[in-house]
Write a protein that binds this ligand. Structure first.
Ligand code: CMP
Length: 139
């Protein structure tokens, strides 16, 4: 089924000018970028986005990092987009990511891992709504 998923190109990747290289991977996999904007989160905004991780030991570091430099947030659309995007990203820890995936090629560490992607349909809907209005989704 045609799905939408939420994606972030993280500060470690925007800093190294990798937005285009990462988007090329998404598009080659059949994911269509139906919304995209570059923003600079505050730490508080990053904290709301990652609220599910609030009790984790890396939460403060994660929020600090996500607010350190601009990010590119996106909505990706395609057949099975959520799973497909996770496949293209590779494992969270680049040391475990399969060859050819975004994280294998570009990520610097488990924290600075270049991209975020929604893990399920309910979280995709919540994450898309946090960053985009319906008018900004152009399928
Ligand atoms: P993401 O998919 O954006 O969702 C939560 C993020 O927490 C995850 O990607 C990682 O970048 C980050 N993360 C997970 N584990 C660790 C860790 N041990 N140390 C730092 N950051 C982590």
């Amino acid at each position: 089924t045609l799905e939408r998923t939420f994606s972030i190109i993280k500060p470690d990747a925007t800093r190294r000018n990798l937005t285009g290289a990462i988007n090329a991977k998404f598009e080659a996999a059949g994911l269509r970028i139906v919304a995209q904007k570059r923003i600079h989160l505050t730490k508080a905004q990053a904290g709301v986005f990652y609220a599910v991780h609030a009790e984790r030991p890396f939460y403060d570091e994660l929020c600090e990092f996500m607010a350190s430099e601009p990010i590119v947030c996106q909505v990706l659309e395609g057949e099975g987009a959520i799973a497909k995007n996770r496949e293209v990203m590779g494992a969270t820890n680049p040391a475990d990511a399969a060859a050819g995936t975004i994280r294998a090629e570009f990520a610097e560490s488990v924290g600075e891992n270049s991209v975020h992607g929604s893990d399920a349909p309910d979280t995709a809907a919540i994450e898309i709504a946090y960053f985009f209005s319906g008018l900004e989704l152009v399928g």
